[in-house]
Write a protein that binds this ligand. Sequence first.
Ligand code: NAD
Length: 261
Amino acid sequence: MALKGKVALVTGSTSGIGLGIARALAAEGADIAMSGFGDAAAIEALRASIAADFGVLAIYVPADMAVPAEIAAMVTAAAAQLGSVDILVNNAGIQFVSPIETFPDDQWDKVIAVNLSAVFHATKAAIPGMRARGWGRIINIASAHGLVASGQKVAYVAAKHGVVGMTKVTAIEMAGAGTTCNAICPGWVLTPLVEKQLNARAAETGQSIAAVKEAFLAEKQPLHEFSTAEQIGASAVFLCSEGARTITGTSLSVDGGWVIQ
Ligand code: NAD
């Protein structure tokens, strides 16, 4: 229970990787502020199960991560209800796949707003409290696409490279304030974000979902295996640990070897 007494705000924790991270941090004793979209009853069930399974406080603080004022209000609400925000996990994200020539302008704006600008706004709102308390952990969920590119994903790749850069700036500015900032760069994780891409490729090529999964792994990951949300959660727990107190500004790849090639 290394994180007992700490409060973690995890954006996009109503699904996928964010939910895996929220549960992993709760398993270490952290109280959890969840955020993200979804059906109200389903979100309440997830919130209640985190509280019951791990014996921690768990609250839901809604915000549209494309709206800066809502992001600031989310951080304020989490701190007001749970006492502080000691750990901020900037995880909420979206994808849009298209060649540049036909990439819709509004989708560019949306992906940049949710995947890049939201990280800035949440970090800006959370760091004064971390500085005041002399302890903090900021974990930005970037991607293998924060380090290397693929075609058809211009906004996502630009945003995630930006997140990796922002991680370094945040780390420098928070050095000496007991606060580290690191990025986790996952490869393929089977979440709704990736299932949408699997379905689109299957529809486009006429291949089965199983064949498309094989193709996704063969194209990118030498280990030929999807990572899980639980594994990303374990990396987040490590980055919050005492053992990681001098790790800052770095990018931790959890990607089955995607970016080593
Ligand atoms: P997901 O679709 O399962 O979850 C995304 C979460 O973000 C959900 O909780 C959703 O409600 C929330 N969200 C999206 N737009 C929002 C908005 N405007 N306001 C508030 N919340 C919003 O996706 P995931 O795969 O779990 O992705 C989580 C993060 O991991 C993203 O940043 C994604 O880019 C990154 N990532 C995912 C993979 C992968 O293979 N799944 C790989 C690398 C990086």
